[in-house]
Every structure is written in structure tokens, then in C-alpha cells.
Design a protein around this ligand. Structure first.
Ligand SMILES: NC(=O)c1ccc[n+]([C@@H]2O[C@H](COP(=O)([O-])OP(=O)(O)OC[C@H]3O[C@@H](n4cnc5c(N)ncnc54)[C@H](OP(=O)(O)O)[C@@H]3O)[C@@H](O)[C@H]2O)c1
Length: 402
């Protein structure tokens, strides 16, 4: 995962993905020579069969899409399968893949489906592939699948900053999608809330500067990180306060995270660069700029891991170019898609859990003349990852590209 901890579970946030250096050039591990990461080569459309009629064709029977999910057994993968079912996404055949390191299966429409080890051959037969595994796995499959004509939605950070790969939050920049770019990235889960809150302000007042501090849940770093947190929390709970209210048990040695996370927090998500920024802070800045189309926007971020299981929170300050009064700001937020404005109370990870919206509360003026201050919470596994990917796929269907 990270040089900041042993082991390497795939994660959106903790891993200092090599993508920081790779993002600029993004050499895919299995490139198809001469192809750009997101661009398809003309696809051979096989004769319709009972299992996949019209595969690859814009006229595909929408009730029979063959959908691959790489990383189906992970935290995001499991939520994604649930969302596909909840939203009645037209899956004709589900192909779930895992690492293949042990026997695994997922529940799909009440049936247990075994997971195969991911292979390009099996994935190529899909109409749509969700990559919810790791940067390395996405690098291996993403460009090759897109070049073969498979719509590929990638939740890793491998290609988010690549110029040929749209980085999309449907409520914010659906226009970035193109029928020619079949590899599409979903953003880092930490910045999703800021992107959705900032979008209507960007349109109404322009953005001058953004500052944020994150309070990031443990599940943002994947299954192994979550297991480490639970083991530490159980131990801490068993021992805490035994000899007095201020008695804190010794902090256990971490393996996944750089520091103990139970009864603790730390201002490091990923690894540090020369300037002292950690990789999550780099991702927040660069991905927000790309999504908002605001290349030089000054963005300061400090990202903090906190002992919360699920849902990322942000203290967010947005300075606009033109003044926006608070009533106008509230009106903009109230009608912005994908947002829930809290008035009179504020959201927390507990209240945002398993919800689809980005929650925003404590809307007030900041210290600078055109600065606004917000408290933002969103479910990192839903809107921060799985739901966003499914919403992208729904848009592809709506446009009849899939
Ligand atoms: N967690 C979040 O909040 C979040 C948010 C946004 C984006 N993301 C991104 O989503 C992806 C998944 O994150 P996660 O938190 O779900 O991770 P996770 O819980 O650690 O799950 C990883 C999944 O990848 C599978 N996998 C590992 N190696 C593989 C291989 N060689 N081939 C195929 N599958 C392999 C694992 O299968 P086994 O069961 O066999 O190990 C598991 O299903 C990452 O790219 C992450 O950056 C995560």
C-alpha cells in the first residue's frame, strides 16, 4: 500500500500510489502499441448469441449487458454489486473477478457466484468493466480493455490525471465524457464532496482559492486497513479506562497504516514528497483542478486519517472571484444535483452512512471578504467510489454509447 506502512492493500487513499509520478506519463503495463489509454480500436462485433446479444454494438440489448467487476470481493466491489442491483442496472451476465489468491465468491441476485482470477481474455468479452482493485491491476487491464472497445470505468488513481482519460463526477462534469474515450476514471473519494459543493459556486461566482482539511475514514484505505483498525479498536476497547478515566492502553504496532489509528489520528494519507505534501494532498489538488477545469486554481489541503470506519468529512473554505451572499449560496446548494444542504443541524459520518448524496452544512462566511466556509460529509464507498462509477455507466447508457 504505502511506503508509510508495511503490506500493500489496494487503496484509494493510503497508498502513495506510484501514480503521482506515473500520472503525467501513465505508461500502461500492458499497452496495446500505438493506442492511447482511453481510445478504442475498431471493435469486432461478434454475432449476437443468447448470452451476449449485440455485444459492443450501440444497439445492444440493454437487458443483457455483460458486466465485469475486477475487485468484486473488496470494499468498493461489494458495494458496487449492491448498487447495480438496487438501481436495476441492466446486467445480463455478471463476471466477478478477484485476485484469485483464494477461493472467493460474491452474492448476486440471491445467488453465489464464484470469482475468477482476472484475465484480459475474460474481460474482453464484457461490454462494460468496472476496475475496483488497485493501480497495478488497472494499469494492466484498463488501456487494453478500452482499446478492445470495452467501456472501462476505473476507480484507481492510475489514469485519473492522464490527458486522454476523462475524470468524471456526473453531477459536475458529465461533459468530459466522449464516445471515443472508453477508459474513464472516477476521482479520489476525498475530493468528491469538495467537487460537488464547489461546482455550483464555480458556475455562479468563479473560484479564486480553495482550502480544505480532511477527516478520512479508515475504509478509504481498503480491506486490510479496515481489519487493522478493528483489531486495534477491539484491543483498545478491552483495555481502555481500566485503572481510571484517563488510562489509555499502549498503542499497538501498526502494519498497514504509518501510525496506530484506534484512539488516534494522523495527518498523513499516502507518502510524503519533497515539498512535504502527502500523495493524497497532491491528488486532491490536481484532480479537483481537472474536474473543475481550473488548471491554476490555488488549492491547499491537509489530509488526515481519523478512526472513523466509513464516510469522509471535510472542513472546506472556498474563496470566490465574485461576491456571493449567503442566501444565494444556500439557494445554489439547495438545488444542486447530488447535494443535501443541512440547515439547523450538520451532517456527520454516522448520518451520511450509506447515503448517495454529498452532505453540506455549517454554511457561513469565512474570514476573507469573498470566502465561504462549509462542513462536508460523503460516503467514501458510495459517492466516493462505487455509486459514482455506476452513475457514469448509467450516463453511457442514457447516451446510447453502451
Ligand atoms: N475504499 C475506498 O473508499 C475507495 C474510494 C475510491 C476509490 N477506491 C479505489 O478502489 C479500488 C478498490 O479499493 P478497495 O478499498 O475496495 O480495496 P480492497 O478492499 O483492498 O479490495 C481490493 C480488491 O482487489 C482484488 N484484487 C487484488 N489483487 C488483484 C489482482 N491481481 N487481480 C484482480 N483483483 C485483485 C481483491 O481481491 P481478493 O479478495 O482476492 O484479495 C479485492 O477484491 C482501489 O483502486 C482504490 O484506490 C477506493
Amino acid at each position: 500500500m504505502s511506503s508509510s506502512g508495511a503490506g500493500s492493500p489496494p487503496s484509494c487513499a493510503h497508498r502513495p500510489s506510484s501514480s503521482r509520478s506515473r500520472a503525467a506519463s501513465c505508461p500502461p503495463a500492458e499497452p496495446i502499441s500505438g493506442s492511447k489509454p482511453g481510445t478504442p480500436r475498431p471493435r469486432k462485433v461478434s454475432a449476437p448469441s443468447a448470452s451476449s446479444p449485440g455485444q459492443g454494438s450501440p444497439m445492444a440489448n440493454r437487458s443483457s449487458l455483460r458486466v465485469g467487476v475486477v475487485g468484486a470481493t473488496g470494499l468498493v466491489g461489494r458495494i458496487l454489486l449492491g448498487i447495480l442491483q438496487e438501481r436495476r442496472f441492466p446486467v445480463g451476465e455478471l463476471r466477478p473477478f478477484s485476485s484469485g489468491r483464494g477461493a472467493s465468491a460474491v452474492l448476486w441476485r440471491g445467488r453465489r457466484i464464484p470469482c475468477a482470477a482476472a484475465s484480459l481474455e475474460a474481460l474482453r468479452a464484457c461490454d462494460l468493466a468496472f476496475l475496483v482493485s488497485s493501480d497495478e491491476v488497472s494499469e494492466r487491464f484498463g488501456p487494453a480493455l478500452a482499446a478492445a472497445g470495452v467501456w472501462t470505468i476505473d476507480d484507481s488513481s492510475a489514469f485519473r490525471l492522464h490527458k486522454d482519460v476523462p475524470l468524471v463526477i456526473p453531477e459536475v462534469n458529465a461533459q468530459a465524457l466522449s464516445p471515443r474515450r472508453r477508459l474513464i476514471a472516477g476521482p479520489n473519494c476525498t475530493l468528491t464532496g469538495a467537487a460537488v459543493v464547489g461546482a455550483p459556486l464555480l458556475r455562479a461566482g468563479g473560484l479564486k482559492a480553495v482550502r480544505l482539511a480532511s477527516y478520512q475514514a479508515v475504509s478509504g484505505a481498503g480491506r486490510a486497513a479496515l481489519e487493522e483498525y478493528h483489531a486495534q479498536a477491539r484491543r483498545a476497547a478491552a483495555k481502555a479506562g481500566r485503572s481510571g478515566p484517563l488510562d489509555i492502553p499502549p498503542y499497538p504496532e501498526p502494519k498497514v497504516f504509518p501510525k496506530p489509528i484506534a484512539l488516534n489520528l494522523f495527518p498523513q494519507v499516502g507518502s510524503f514528497d519533497r515539498n512535504g505534501d502527502c500523495s493524497e494532498e497532491f491528488k486532491v489538488r490536481e484532480e479537483l483542478r481537472k474536474i473543475w477545469g481550473a488548471r491554476a486554481l490555488p488549492i491547499s489541503a491537509t489530509t488526515v486519517r481519523v478512526p472513523v470506519v466509513r464516510c469522509h468529512s471535510l472542513a472546506l473554505w472556498i474563496e470566490t472571484r465574485r461576491p456571493l451572499g449567503l442566501p444565494r449560496v444556500r439557494a445554489l446548494l439547495r438545488r444542486a444535483p447530488g447535494l443535501k444542504l443541512w440547515e439547523g443541524d450538520y451532517p456527520t459520518p454516522a448520518s451520511a452512512l450509506e447515503t448517495d448524496e454529498v452532505h453540506v452544512g455549517r454554511v457561513r462566511r469565512g474570514a476573507l471578504p469573498k470566502e465561504l466556509s462549509f462542513w462536508v460529509v460523503s460516503d467514501n464507498l458510495r459517492k466516493g467510489a462505487a455509486l459514482n462509477s455506476v452513475q457514469i455507466a448509467e450516463l453511457l447508457l442514457k447516451k446510447r454509447w453502451l
